[in-house]
Structure formats: C-alpha cells, structure tokens
Design a protein around this ligand. Structure first.
Ligand code: NAP
Length: 280
C-alpha cells in the first residue's frame, strides 16, 4: 500500500505517523508548500520522500488531502482529473458541503470518499504531528453512497487503523453539526481572547492571573487563522445561525446580571450544567 499525503501538517503528519507504525502502508510520500516544512516533515520521519504533486498522484494507491479547506477543492479537482481507476482519494477537511458540491459531477467522483476525523489540537505544521491523535475519536464519512464500495472500504480500514469510530451522514448535516460542536467553540475562544487582550493591555497581569479556567477556555484561540478562516467562510450558512443563538444567549445572560435576577441566572447555569450528562 502506497500512501500520498498532500499537506503535511498537524493532521496529515499525525495520520502518517500512526499509519506507518500500524503497518497500514509500506511507502508514504508527502507534498508540501514551504521547502522548510517539507524538510522538517522528512527530518521528523513523517514521510519517506517529498515528491511533486504529479508524482504523488501517479505513485499512490491512496491519496489523502490534508490542506486548508479553501485550497482543498482545487487540489481535489486536480487529483480527480488525473487518477487511474484503481486509485482512491480522501480528504480530512473540516467542512464537507462546499467540497462535495464542487466535485459532484466529476466523472471520477466515485473514487473519492469525503471524511472528517474529529480530532485536533491548537497547533499546526509538521512539528505539531503527534502519535495517537485520532485514537478513540469519531470520524464522519459523508455521502458514502456516492463513492465506490471498494473506495469506502479502504478509507474505513484506514480510519479503523487510526483507532477511530465511524459515523455516517450527509455533507450538509455534517456541516450543521460541525458548526455547533466544533466551529462555534473556536469562534467563542477567538473572541474571548480578543476581548481580554483589548481590556488587559498589561500582559503581565494576564499571565499572573491566568488560572486553569481562562487557559482552557482560550486554548483554541491559539489555532491557525490560515486554517480556520476558510472553514468559517465555507460553513457560513450554519455558523451564522448558531452565532445568532449564541449572541442572543450572551445578551440574555448580560441582562440577568444587569437586572440582578439572581434566581434566573442560577437556573440558566443549572440548565447549562446538563452538559455533564453528555460530556462526563
Ligand atoms: P496545518 O497543520 O496548518 O497543515 C496544513 C498543511 O498544508 C501545512 O503543512 C501546509 O504547508 C500545507 N499546505 C498549505 N497549502 C498547501 C498547498 N497549496 N499545497 C500543499 N500543501 C499545502 O493544518 P491542519 O490542522 O493539519 O489541517 C489540515 C486539514 O485538516 C484542514 O483541511 C482542516 O480543516 C482539517 N482538520 C483540522 C483539524 C484541527 O483541529 N486542526 C481537525 C480535523 C480536520 P506549510 O506548512 O508549508 O504551510
């Protein structure tokens, strides 16, 4: 099994590590953007060779796309235009609707399997790649009926090798759930960090007073803008909906404090505590 990884950062690099150690493939080629990060990926042993995009496509049995989602559509079209019938391509992008819509009429559509492993950290680039990133997490496979069954089986086998549990849904359902579960958390963290930085010009005070609560809530604000800005644009439809609800609830919370409605405030938080039943 020969695998090509296009975009050797946190996600591509972490997948490479675990696929190699599990013996899923015998050869991993990498395609990157900056010469510096390509050299680093090689030095870290994430990939066996850095090759051109064209060579990666010619040589690999399975091509995995792990570039930011705005670049992903053009890269996927480029690959689909060139692959042979035995080859399979998948992507690990955080949005699915725009990508699937862009390639839906391509003659090689069935060789593509759309997927999103729900795993990550706030770090990026090849140095951020870690062992076991995907283990015991959920991966969503979208619109599987539009892919060949052998392509789906190969991608399922890859995710099982990474230790992931698989769920299936259509691309738009995925984007709606991702907006609620993942994307809004990043937005609220970016906004919280920006708010605190604006109010607290004295960085020393932030560092000295930052306890566990602040640190864990703003952790996601360290994430890469290059990766997240395109996700927010592609998932605009569902994100605007969830942001409206979030802003409404924030205003409501503000009013409860402002009007000294202590019992209602207490009840609001008690209702929010119900999240414990879902996330232990
Ligand atoms: P990342 O660490 O920034 O890695 C992206 C890599 O893509 C970088 O190494 C970058 O190269 C490379 N790249 C950018 N443009 C390229 C191009 N035109 N050709 C080839 N390589 C290119 O980002 P990531 O967190 O791994 O995210 C990758 C994908 O996974 C995204 O689609 C994202 O939506 C998805 N995803 C992310 C998470 C998460 O939490 N981070 C979770 C699940 C899925 P350089 O380093 O040289 O710039």
């Amino acid at each position: 099994m020969k695998v090509a990884i296009i975009g050797i950062g946190l996600i591509g690099g972490s997948a490479a590590k675990d696929l190699r150690s599990a013996g899923f493939c015998t050869d991993i080629t990498g395609v990157g953007r900056s010469a510096k990060n390509c050299a680093l990926a090689l030095e870290l042993g994430l990939v066996d060779r850095i090759v051109s995009k064209e060579d990666a496509i010619t040589e690999a049995d399975l091509i995995i796309l792990t570039v930011p989602v705005n670049i992903l559509i053009d890269e996927l079209l480029f690959i689909l235009d060139r692959i042979s019938p035995h080859q399979v391509v998948t992507d690990m992008g955080s949005t699915k609707g725009a990508i699937i819509d862009a390639i839906k009429d391509h003659p090689n559509r069935r060789q593509y399997v759309a997927s999103h492993p729900m795993a990550g950290t706030e770090n990026s680039g090849p140095a951020a790649a870690i062992d076991g990133l995907f283990r015991n997490k959920v991966c969503i496979i979208c619109d599987k009926e539009n892919s060949d069954s052998n392509a789906v089986e190969l991608v399922e086998r890859m995710y099982h090798t990474l230790g992931m549990r698989l769920k299936y849904m259509d691309a738009h359902q995925h984007d709606m759930h991702a907006a609620y579960i993942s994307h809004i958390s990043h937005i609220s963290s970016f906004v919280l960090a920006a708010t605190v930085l604006e109010k607290e010009k004295d960085e020393e005070a932030i560092l000295e007073m930052a306890g566990g609560g602040f640190e864990s809530t703003v952790r996601l604000a360290k994430s890469s803008p290059d990766m997240w800005a395109p996700i927010f644009h592609q998932n605009k439809q569902y994100l605007l909906e969830v942001m409206d609800t979030y802003i409404e609830k924030m205003y409501h919370f503000r009013n409860l404090i402002n009007k000294n409605k202590t019992e209602e405030l207490r009840q609001f938080m008690a209702d929010a505590n119900e999240i414990r039943k879902i996330l232990k």
